[in-house]
Design a binder for this molecule. Sequence first.
Ligand code: ZN
Length: 206
Amino acid sequence: MKNKVIFIGSGFTKKEQKTVKNIIQKTAKDVAQLLDIKSDVTFTVYRFGIWTSGFTQAKDWIRINIKLKQFKEIDLVETVCHEMNHIAREYFGFSNKQYDLLDTLFAEGLAVAFGLHHSKIKKAPAIFQYRIANLKKWFPEIRKKLHSYSFSYDEWFHGVGRPMCLGYKIGRYLVDQIIKNNPEITIESLTKKSANQLLKLSKVKF
Ligand SMILES: [Zn+2]
């Protein structure tokens, strides 16, 4: 696997570029092995704002943004793991596939769980923490839209008119339930399963 790292803009010193490139390449290589990803991936890296985040644009292209202040290696590792999990699940922007609400909840839930597990982040960031009672309020609405392609990504995942990152929290809860029911199961093996198989394993009824 040959990964390329391309820096866009002038947000990094030469030394920072070297550090960031090493972290991305090492993490991507490890994850490609764990998740059996064969395609080479190009990472485009920008520096902006207050969050380190990523977006999987295509099967071979991940965009990464690194926050301006107090950049931490562990956040970048978590982001690369998260986005590579999307590639393994074939969940990306330039895709001919369509993803219904259930596919999307599991794509994000698995990416969050995988990112936290492999970066060894001890405590999930507040945006990924949940209270089951708060999530259950949304179950009737999920049931109605479960296999719909016409759900609003901004509402479910970006907090437009709903709690921030609601879909990520629900996805993480579903994956947590699967692991609770099957303690021997790995997130790597779950990444290969369909959303319907995963829902069965979770035993969650919407
Ligand atoms: Zn994601």
